[in-house]
Design a protein around this ligand. Sequence first.
Ligand SMILES: [Zn+2]
Length: 869
Amino acid sequence: MCLLFNRVVDMENPERHTVYLVVSLFVTFLSNKNSTPTDEKANAKKQSLVFRHFNTLLGYSSTEKCFTIPPARLRKAAVCNAFISGLPEILDMNLHTGNQLLPTVVQLLIHLPSPQKLASDQNVTNYSLALLTQHTRHLWLQSLILILYKYRFDQLPVSDNIMRLIGIVVKTLQNQVHECSEGEQSTEIDTWDEIEEDDTGRPELIRPESLTVTTIKEATPAAEGIVQVGAVRVMQPTIVEPEGLAPEPMIARKRSTIVQEVKRKKSAIEIVKKSCTLRCGHCNEAIEMFDEETVSLCLIALETFLHREPSMAAPILFKILYTVTRLIDTPMYPWHSTEMFVPANSRSVAKQMLRVSLHHLSTSAICLQLFDTKIPRPDAFWAVIALSLADFPELSPVYFIQILLEDLEESWPGSVRLIMKNLAFYIVEISTDMYNQPWVNLVGHLETFFKRYHTAISVDNANPPTRAEIENVIVVMSHVLKVQTFNSSKCPVALVEAFAKWLSESLHGAEVSLEALLGVCTACNRALIRERDKQCVTRAVVTELMQAIKFKAKLHEANYVTIANMVLQDAGEDIEVALLDDQFNTAASEAIRPFLFEVLDFIADLHVIAKLKKESNSDSLGGDLKVKLAEAIAVEMSRSNARDCRTVIRFIPWLMSPPSVTQAAPGAFADSVTNVRVLSWLLLGALHANHSCLPVPIECSQHMADYIHFVLAGFADQSKQSVVHMSALFHAFHLCQLWTVYCERAATYSSATAFAHLIDFWARVTPAILQLLSHSKVLADMVNLHFLNTIQALQQVNSALLCQLYSMWAPILTAYHSQIPNQLRMKLDSCQNQPSLEAPLVTEWLKKVRYKISQVELQTSAASPYYTV
Ligand SMILES: [Zn+2]
């Protein structure tokens, strides 16, 4: 046999066909059960000797326990090919012989597809089945499947070798659906550059990013040493003419017969096939295309492995599942992307493999593990999982979530952030009008889950949810609320209440987008039946803002304005946030209605802007929030009626009875200053709203004038008493400006009498201004400054009133003092000389007023911290 060995390895040996037949006969004998010796020791000894000889024939050294022939030669050897052809048969039919051969067979299967050049190369890993011919590949896979199915392989050293075989299978599938992995990129490309420089000296010839197809010169024994990098041989990328294609010399050609010509062409094609390889232009990994049979057999091998030894598979489980989802996500043939049944369709095999494995492993917390894994391209991954479970009654895609929740009930992890991210990607892939019963069952589990989740985020040292986490949770909530059978579950309201509780808590710590809030509130509104239940989530969100403006809860600073915007959006107001969708129905403007008086108190409070500034470090938050909430009240007041004074009597009854100068009660002046501020905020809110918003009827103009008159008249005496009183002049003049702009807008859009009322208003206010001017020089300068600012403001908004009254107002400024201060003079001149050419921007002016009023409130609050206590 040993003599035979030396002759069969020679490829040109004419006896190799005979050798093939002899070995085939031997293999057929081995696969026969009767070949097993029954009792006699002698027979067993004989058989052992036969195997030893056969191993030597294969090139396996029984003493050194390794192969002595390089895999490339083994792949061509007649003995090896004859043995591999019959191997599945032996493994299937004769377990006794199979067990005896197993350690050698497993090593042979590792060795055969290896790219190593020398038999002695150690630790060659991470290769696929690409070097085997298609036929050998199928036999290789069939043999592996039989080992995985019929033999014990959980003991060393076989178990280690089985892991290597599984690695080869996984690599084969990975190369079929190549995806650049971050780790591989940089080093691989470095290697490329080095080799390019060294070998050709012309690195510009092939650049890694442009290199997709190259021919690879089969290394000759002489070249082998050069291309060794450490123990691993690096493929040498050069463009070479495949030898077989080089034209033969003319004379030689003439001599060649037709048979030789055909032979030559055939071998040329072979060489091209072998020497062409496809590589990723980005990371230089091999990209290989395998036939469907190979892919399917790989999948069956993996499935069998997972089924038999899940604990062995655990460390590479995710890698396996991820690769399989990539196969499903990347159709290879046109029939892969259709619903049509095609036998041996590898995509169907992959789907089946995935669902059977998930089902099998579902009892060992696979769901929790999978959802708690950082997944590259999670959208595609979870879409494939949902797709694969779609028509699988044993494990419906919804039931898969239930298992996750059951796993979580058993062991709650430190953080569910990643789980919620994956769940958000997964749940949106599941139809809400199918899986009726599973959805109904899920509702109860979700309730338990969200209660637990709420506890987890509200304990003292909890990690508050991040913005992304909240948005993911909202995706989950919104999707569940869209389930068609949501209301047939046992207690849908209890789940919605659990949602609302979680959401309220999460608003404290992180920003949430308006769109997400609108989405979940709308979903709740549509999901439930009873009117009160519909508003559950909206009410919880609005209540949280109300708690925060009373400083009983602390919101994330961005959420104040977001929730206020939610109310305004529902009231039909334009908000500055761009929304992709306008099909929202949250009923938030209804939810805030019971709190409107508390909102009024907030607006009236001189100290809240300072408090919010301290809390949020934001200069503008307080003023922005006040104006948003004032707009909400203005819209609400305007909704009921703009013509009579009933809403005024309800919300700001004091406007109907201004204090009289002669019979003022003590404290009336301070109250009036507060009321003037409230009116300013209300008008600011109204002017931010759509033009039909008229919270204070124009008919109240006279009361408005009386209020301002009272403040101006009392100012000379009262202003020295406190800082608050000192700000009275500022607020009174700003209210005059706001009322003027408000009336002019009404005159343009809705009220025929508004302008007349405005003239009347100024007729009442002007004498009070004149009165103050005559008081003292210091006071006159102050009043003049405010008055001039008012004229400037009206000029900026292109006021029609100013045109009418300017000729009357100009002399006022100089009437009582022949020497007007220089600063005022210049300001006045600039007013007179500046014609308004551009369209007035009321919004710009409103922003400025809002800012100024907020700043004055801040300063006043800082100077009189105990004012309202
Ligand atoms: Zn790549």
